[in-house]
Design a protein around this ligand. Structure first.
Ligand SMILES: N[C@@H](CCC(=O)N[C@@H](CS)C(=O)NCC(=O)O)C(=O)O
Length: 217
C-alpha cells in the first residue's frame, strides 16, 4: 500500500522527512495540507494538527524524527540514516535533538511572532530566541570544524534535520561570517541532491515567508 504523506513543501519539518524519502527513493503519495479537506483528515489522525504525518498501512506516524526512524525500520534503502551501532546512533539522535530544540524552535518562535498582530508580539521572546540561535551557531561551528556531516563522515538523520533548519535559520537570523564552518556545512547541505530537490519544490512558496525571503539560495 502506498505511503500517504500529509505535508507542505515549504515546511521545514516536512522537508526533513522529504530528504529521507528522496535519499532512498521511497515512493509515496502527497496529501498537501492546503488541499481541500486535508487538514480535517490530518486532525482526525493527529489532533495536534502538526505536520508532517505519514500514514503507512493505516498506521499514523507523527513527528519528523519518528517518521524517519519508521522509514528506516519498515522501508530501508541503501542510505542508512540511523547507524546500526548503538553509540553511533546515539550521537546521531543527539545532534537531531540539537537541531530541533536549539535551531528550529527559536527560528520558528521568531517567525510565529511575526505572524501575530503587532500588539501581541513578544520582543523579549524574540531577543531570547536570537540569543539562542547565536549560541547554537557558536557550538555547532566547533563541532563542524572537522566534520563533513553533522555526526561525522556519513549523511544521517541529523543532516535531514540540519538542512531545512539551518536553511531557514539563516534567513531569519543570519549566520555570521565568523561561523565559517556552519556556513560551509549549510552550503554542503544545499548541494545534496535530496535537499536541493526539496528546496526547488518549495521555491514557489517563498513569497509566503513572513520575514521576507532573501534573494539567494
Ligand atoms: N515536533 C514536530 C513539529 C512539526 C511542526 O512544527 N510543523 C509545523 C510546520 S513546519 C506545523 O505543523 N505548523 C502548523 C501549526 O503550528 O499549526 C515534528 O518534529 O514533526
Amino acid at each position: 500500500m502506498t505511503l500517504k504523506f500529509y505535508a507542505h513543501p515549504f515546511s521545514s519539518y516536512c522537508q526533513k522527512v522529504l530528504i529521507a524519502l528522496y535519499e532512498n527513493a521511497i515512493p509515496f503519495e502527497w496529501r498537501r495540507v492546503d488541499e481541500p479537506g486535508a487538514m480535517e483528515e490530518l486532525a482526525e489522525r493527529w489532533p495536534l494538527k502538526r505536520f508532517p504525518v505519514l500514514v503507512d498501512e493505516g498506521r499514523t506516524v507523527a513527528e519528523a524524527s519518528i517518521i524517519i526512524e519508521h522509514l528506516q525500520l519498515h522501508h530501508p534503502g541503501p542510505v542508512r540514516l540511523i547507524p546500526e551501532e548503538p553509540r553511533a546512533a546515539l550521537e546521531v539522535r543527539a545532534l537531531d535533538r540539537f537541531f530541533d530544540n536549539y535551531v528550529s524552535t527559536p527560528q520558528q518562535k521568531i517567525v510565529f511572532n511575526q505572524l501575530r498582530p503587532e500588539d501581541k508580539r513578544d520582543p523579549q521572546g524574540v531577543a531570547e530566541a536570537r540569543a539562542m540561535l547565536e549560541t547554537a551557531y557558536g557550538w555547532l561551528d566547533g563541532v563542524m570544524a572537522n566534520r563533513e556531516w553533522a555526526a561525522g563522515g556519513d549523511f544521517t538523520l541529523a543532516d535531514c534535520a540540519a538542512a531545512p533548519f539551518l536553511f531557514y535559520a539563516d534567513w531569519t537570523h543570519a549566520i555570521d561570517a565568523r561561523f565559517a564552518h556552519v556556513r560551509a556545512y549549510r552550503q554542503r547541505l544545499l548541494a545534496r541532491p535530496s535537499f536541493a530537490r526539496a528546496v526547488d519544490e518549495a521555491r514557489p512558496f517563498r513569497p509566503n515567508f513572513p520575514l521576507g525571503a532573501p534573494d539567494r539560495d
